[in-house]
Design a binder for this molecule. Structure first.
Ligand SMILES: Nc1ncnc2c1ncn2[C@@H]1O[C@H](COP(=O)(O)OP(=O)(O)OP(=O)(O)O)[C@@H](O)[C@H]1O
Ligand SMILES: [Mg+2]
Length: 391
């Protein structure tokens, strides 16, 4: 798969499980390049989507479906996304899999290949790592790269695990009491499905209990104690589960995860981006924003991350890549670096304690990078020197 669609590419949205995928008429998959709402809206309207460019900015635009069949998409040869069976082919597939990683996801080759390998080998995968470092993005990209039926469940947002994972008992006059099974029941019965369990660690403990036998390699069934007749459902062959963990900012918090649950997964830790990697990402996403400013953003965020990792950190966590991307988006829309930091970074840090507060500390770091830009001063020379001496 080529990771960069060219202007003029027209895609059609096809539903796979409960996901909306975008494919062009050469069979290239562009799901990762188009935001979910655009794919979903155009699917519902029966429209195709075209990549257009205006003022140097690219955007996806809904167009009549006829365009999908008539347009001559650039015949980029798609990488083989059919997952092979033979051992030599599997090894080959894994070795060449880095080309399947979308450009917009920054992840080291070894990690990505390990992810692909775990999926190809049918392991349950649990992505861990700090907030906003790309766990969900990596899991979604992995799912996109494999040509298999896909299902997405956000368990962190689920209030009622039973109805999401098993189903509901209903009543109506004609049928009396009846059971309607959940989408999850359908998902696990789909051979070779890839099932994304986002924010599994935020789920209600009831969800964990329900999932325990489903995820166990020796059991692989779902117990339907609410349904009549059949009390268990077997997980179909080739089903892969990919979960993400939201465990706060401390590495040690992994221990708070339920041990029995964690034991059922191959754990893949998603790394924090280095300053260079983050700068590269921001530049890739916002090529029209001044480089120097993007460099300042990545310097600010990596300094906060380095501080949080010291023995006696003055801030409990660093600024995430999610926040960096938000800042760059604000810069792109004309906000200054100082304004962007004010809106996105400062509220994440406690201001109690005045000059000794976490917020004052991050403000000082930001100040180091904005003074040359705008001349705005937040602190006296003395305060800034104080911060300088610590880096
Ligand atoms: N490694 C990365 N490569 C590219 N973009 C990234 C990366 N990490 C974070 N981002 C950006 O930050 C956003 C948030 O990332 P994502 O949702 O994957 O975080 P997460 O690790 O799942 O966070 P949370 O723990 O809060 O669920 C992404 O949409 C993307 O814009
Ligand atoms: Mg997430």
């Amino acid at each position: 798969m080529n990771s960069n669609p060219s202007v003029g590419t027209v895609v059609k949205v096809v539903k796979s499980g409960n996901r909306y995928n975008a494919v062009d008429n050469q069979g290239n998959k562009w799901t990762h390049a188009i935001i979910t709402s655009t794919r979903k809206n155009n699917y519902n309207k029966g429209k195709a989507i075209e990549l257009r460019e205006k003022d140097g900015k690219q955007y996806w635009y809904g167009v009549p479906m006829e365009k999908f069949t008539t347009v001559q998409n650039v015949p980029t040869k798609p990488a083989e996304v059919e997952v092979p069976d033979g051992h030599a082919e599997v090894v080959d597939f894994i070795n060449n899999s880095y080309s399947l990683k979308p450009k917009g996801l920054i992840m080291k080759e070894l990690k990505w290949k390990y992810l692909i390998r775990s999926a190809v080998r049918g392991k349950n995968i649990m992505m861990t790592g700090q907030a906003g470092c790309g766990k969900t993005l990596a899991a979604k990209s992995l799912v996109n790269s494999l040509d298999r039926p896909e299902y997405y469940f956000n368990l962190g947002a689920t209030q009622d695990p039973r109805s999401t994972l098993i189903g509901n008992v209903h009543y109506n006059k004609a049928k009396g009491t009846f059971f309607s099974e959940s989408l999850f029941v359908k998902a696990i019965q789909t051979p070779n499905a890839v099932i994304l369990l986002d924010e599994l660690t935020r789920a209600h403990p009831d969800a964990w209990n329900i999932l325990m036998p489903v995820l166990d390699y020796g059991q692989r069934y779902l117990r339907l104690d609410e349904a009549d007749g059949q009390d268990t459902i077997k997980v179909a062959d080739g089903v892969t589960f990919i979960a993400t963990a939201n465990i706060g900012n401390e590495y040690t918090a992994t221990r708070q995860l339920d041990k029995a649950l964690l034991d059922r997964f191959t754990v893949i830790e998603v790394d924090l981006l280095t300053q260079e990697e983050e700068f590269g990402l921001l530049k890739y996403m916002f090529p029209t924003v001044e480089e120097k400013t993007l460099e300042n953003v990545s310097s600010i965020t990596s300094l906060t991350r380095a501080e949080a990792l010291t023995e006696n950190p003055r801030i409990s966590s660093g600024v995430s890549t999610r926040t960096s991307v938000e800042i760059a988006g604000l810069l792109f829309d004309g906000f200054s670096l100082l304004e962007s930091a004010d809106i996105t970074i400062y509220p994440q840090y406690d201001s109690t304690g005045g000059v000794d507060s976490e917020r004052t500390f991050v403000k000082q770091i930001v100040q180091k990078f904005v003074s040359d830009e705008s001349g705005e001063e937040l602190f006296t020379e003395h305060d800034v020197e104080d911060v300088d001496s610590n880096f």
